[in-house]
Ligand binder design. Structure first.
Ligand code: UFG
Length: 352
């Protein structure tokens, strides 16, 4: 019996490509649609570079289509061509700061894109979807660790975070309207790291906004110094605390949740945290990275970044209970793998 066919939207991106690798390693057939807004494809190549490497690593085929999920006609063609069993939906814009400058672009991509996708799924009788959500939907934590019962949507301060919250709400309404729908929303904490081979990893556009890729570029000499945003937070050393999760643990979490949602009797909307349950401060991460790269890294303590919170970390027991997933890798693995990826690919997926 052949294994199910999974459509991965945004499969050429950071989380998407690592999940495609995990899906292929678990023998699923994988179809990817991606508009390449945040992925590199060499001139004349059939595949974005990340997926070309995934094919090489697995010896399996990725069925790739350069399609924007907002384009209903093109998406319909994909659903007509393949008999899709489940969708994994990653395609979205994700830069918090940028989302405050161009909110309409974020709402169109993330919300309109998701609703077009859901409509095309419904038209083709495909009712199972795993959604790439974020712990940002919890807003300012009312308590820690954050479990899935924590209120969402209150204190989401930027259009990116709101778009993740709104799409979850749309999905809840859809599941209430028709019991055929089965949707799992995975709320990621802070995904970092790279595949242990150093072949695929995070390839940010321009200067990184996030901590780990920024530190990696300081370590490689591309950026001069790290700026630590805020040293007066209510945390053990005054710098912000987050629940960093290794990208390979995160992608394994997707495949575990997929096995659960593919059960014929699984229906309705459920949200799950993907995190380790442990919090590390900016200085903790820096120290671990210094260990990985074998040198001291220069930094300045600067004022807080607007919209940041003191601490955020997960209660991930529901994912463990429901689909038997737990994170296995620690902060040192995350830093070592990021450093290997950075050294092997100083220009990300671009050859020069
Ligand atoms: N930080 C610095 N210097 C930097 C970058 C970050 O000190 O150059 C600090 C931040 O202030 C924060 C920590 O490092 O304390 C982590 O910051 P990131 O930007 O890496 O991550 P965030 O927690 O701000 O946001 C991430 C994702 C969002 C997602 C959120 C979920 O970027 O997409 O986690 O909680 F919504």
């Amino acid at each position: 019996m052949s294994l199910p066919v999974i459509l991965v939207t945004g499969g050429a991106g950071y989380v998407g490509s690592h999940t495609v690798l995990e899906l292929l390693n678990n023998n699923y057939t994988v179809v990817v649609v991606d508009n390449l807004v945040n992925a590199h494809k060499d001139k004349g190549a059939d595949l974005p570079e990340a997926l070309r490497r995934v094919e090489r690593m697995t010896g399996r085929t990725v069925y790739f289509h350069s399609v924007d999920i907002q384009n209903k006609e093109e998406l319909t063609r994909i659903f007509n061509h393949y008999k899709i069993d489940c969708v994994m939906h990653f395609a979205a814009l994700k830069a918090v700061g940028e989302s405050c400058q161009i909110p309409l672009t974020y709402y169109q991509n993330n919300i309109t894109g998701s609703s077009v996708l859901l409509e095309v799924m419904k038209n083709h009788g495909v009712y199972k979807l795993v959604y790439s959500s974020s712990a940002t939907v919890y807003g300012i934590p009312q308590y820690l660790p954050l479990d899935e019962k924590h209120p969402t949507g209150q204190g989401c301060t930027n259009p990116y975070g709101k778009s993740k919250y709104f799409v979850e709400e749309i999905m809840k309404d859809l599941c209430s309207s028709d019991p055929l729908w089965a949707i799992i929303s995975l709320r990621y904490f802070n995904p970092v790291g790279a595949h242990e081979s150093g072949e695929i990893g995070e390839d940010p556009l321009g200067i990184p906004n996030n901590l780990m890729p920024f530190i990696a570029q300081v370590a490689s000499g591309k950026l001069p110094r790290l700026q630590i945003f805020g040293s007066d937070y209510n945390t053990h050393d005054g710098t912000g605390v987050r629940d960093y999760i290794h990208i390979s643990d995160l992608s394994a979490g997707h495949v575990s949740s997929l096995k659960c949602i593919l059960k014929p009797d699984y229906t309705g909307f459920m949200a799950f945290n993907l995190g380790t349950g442990k919090g590390y401060s900016v200085l903790d991460v820096l120290k671990s990275f210094e260990k990985a790269c074998g040198k001291k890294l220069p930094y300045d303590l600067v004022p807080r970044r607007p919209g940041d919170i003191d601490s955020s970390y997960a209660d991930a027991t529901l994912s463990k209970k429901t689909f038997n997933w737990t994170a296995t890798k620690g902060i040192d693995d995350m830093c070592q793998d990021t450093w290997l990826w950075q050294q092997k690919n100083p220009n990300g997926f671009k050859s020069q």
